[in-house]
Ligand binder design. Structure first.
Ligand code: ADP
Length: 492
């Protein structure tokens, strides 16, 4: 605790569930946490939870959460000594990390040089090859001649070197489509990342996405905390993650962990990071990229290993050596990402007012959420509402608890993927743990069950009460308590 005080006040340079998660960790460590917010987030949960809060600017992220000068000014004005970037926004921006350090504050993350080394996928692949870590076969930056690409054999995938979130990626199945795929990847990369450098990888058929949690300290220690299986994806973005992977034996885990630690050591890594691999059925695995920050899916590692990764981030940033950590998972954990999106409309993000929000609970259930009933889900930001995590003695117990927890979760007013997640977790290959990154696209999930009669009764009683009220009622009045008098949920 004495050493942690060196961190002083922590600016949490993020919003939503991850800001809530980090603020809680600061509080547990006895450190005051300062939230930042845009005009759209004035009343957000992370703001209410923090010890103090600073306005950054208008809703667009460029004028608020992505503005380095505004974040630095907020840190200075609120007397902060350290900055935690969360994930997304500026968390992998080496310029921000450097600016924080230059301003005399502690960056709760890896050194800027390590972030830079892994920031370009092309240079990261070169560094990994030099360190003896296997990488997906591919070409360096795309040149004018396609002969090298064709020699990889189709299909291939064109990717943005500065990429993230599946943006820009194009799968190409024949030489005739290559040129157009490269141009459109370049266009998307330039718009999304301000860098149109693209490269090409062999597109592996039906691999698993398996990633290793690593941690380094300032005393030369680098450790790995097992793997996470993140093969259930839509549009190349993860939706369900688990720890451990049903496909990883203790021997394979040891090999994955060694490769991940080699990758981290090769760039002088400190603090929490994730080394992503594609795993083939043969057990061969290939480096995909390293995320130089805390991952969205970090809770499954925390639950399976019984560690608090954010608390560790704070301790390591304060200069403490890593403590003794478990060498293997002692439980099974699965996480589902609840998004404001419409699975029936190509997972299109949704915005609107969240009229009711009820979180599940019960043995082995954890909810990392950043929302409250009544708030507006804004189109400016990532539509992640919450992560629901279930833990069990084995995979089936964790899966059963997660299905039940999703069934208990209520989100009204904005379309979500809640029902889709539940049906996905009940699909036969998912139950059996036979996962691969293309699985979601191949499944035809059963239609969602119709709402139970109680829902129609509740709706009609609410509407008829509203009609009886003198002068009618506002939408908020109608919907603020849709279950009142009919049934109670969430122990209310
Ligand atoms: P991003 O950084 O944009 O998220 P990644 O390189 O991490 O992109 O890849 C995201 C996902 O895309 C992977 O988890 C996997 O499902 C798919 N993918 C990426 N590269 C390949 C590849 N070479 N072969 C097969 N699938 C791939």
């Amino acid at each position: 605790m004495t050493k942690l005080r060196r961190l002083g006040r922590v600016l949490v340079a993020n919003r939503g569930e991850i800001a809530v998660r980090v603020i809680r960790a600061c509080r547990t460590a006895g450190l005051p946490a300062v939230a930042v917010y845009s005009d759209a987030d004035r009343e957000a949960r992370h703001v209410a939870l923090a010890d103090a809060a600073a306005r950054l600017g208008p809703a667009p992220a460029r004028e608020s959460y992505l503005s380095i000068p505004r974040l630095l000014a907020a840190a200075r004005e609120t007397g902060c000594d350290a900055v935690h970037p969360g994930y997304g926004f500026l968390s992998e921006n080496a310029d921000f990390a450097r600016a924080v350090v230059d301003a005399g504050m502690i960056w709760i993350g890896p050194p800027a040089a390590a972030m830079e080394a892994m920031g370009s996928k092309i240079s990261a692949r070169e560094r990994m090859k030099a360190a003896g870590v296997p990488v997906v076969p591919g070409t360096p930056a795309v040149s004018d001649t396609f002969s090298e690409i064709s020699s990889l054999g189709f299909p291939v995938v064109v990717k943005a070197s500065a990429g993230g979130g599946g943006r820009g990626m194009r799968i190409v199945r024949d030489a005739a489509s290559l040129s157009e795929a490269i141009s459109s990847c370049r266009r998307e990369a330039a718009a999304a990342f301000g860098d149109d450098t693209v490269y090409v990888e062999k597109y592996l058929s039906s691999p698993r996405h398996v990633e290793v949690q690593v941690f380094g300290d300032m005393h030369g220690n680098v450790v790995a905390l097992g793997e996470r299986e993140c093969s259930l994806q839509r549009r190349h973005q993860k939706v369900i993650e688990e720890c451990p992977s049903p496909a990883v034996s203790p021997d394979l885990r040891a090999r994955l962990q060694n490769a991940a630690c080699d990758a981290a050591r090769a760039v002088g890594y400190v603090n929490a990071g994730t080394v992503e691999f594609l795993l083939e059925p043969s057990g061969a695995f290939y480096f995909l990229e390293m995320n130089t920050r805390l991952q969205v899916e970090h809770p499954v590692t925390e639950e399976a290993f019984g560690v608090d990764l954010v608390a560790l981030q704070l301790r390591v940033a304060a200069g403490e050596p890593l403590p003794e950590l478990p060498s293997a998972p002692s439980a099974y954990a699965i996480e589902a990402r609840v998004y404001a999106e419409d699975p029936d409309a190509g997972f299109l993000p949704q915005a609107g007012r969240l009229l009711a929000w009820i979180e599940p609970s019960g043995p082995g259930v954890r909810v990392d959420s950043g929302v409250t009933a009544g708030q507006t889900v804004d189109i400016h930001y990532d539509p992640l509402l919450a992560k629901i995590v279930a833990k069990g003695r084995d995979r089936e117990e964790a899966r059963g608890r997660l299905v039940a927890a999703l069934g208990e979760t209520v989100a009204l007013g904005v379309a979500t993927n809640l029902s889709w997640l539940k049906r996905l977790l009940e699909a036969a290959p998912v139950v059996r743990g036979e996962l691969h990154t293309g699985l979601v696209e191949t499944l035809s999930l059963p239609a969602p069950p119709p709402p139970p009669d109680e829902v129609f009764e509740a709706a009609s009683s609410v509407l008829s009460r509203a009609a009886r009220e003198p002068g009618g009622s506002s939408a908020r009045g109608v919907f603020s308590s849709p279950f009142e008098g009919r049934f109670r949920m969430g122990g209310a």
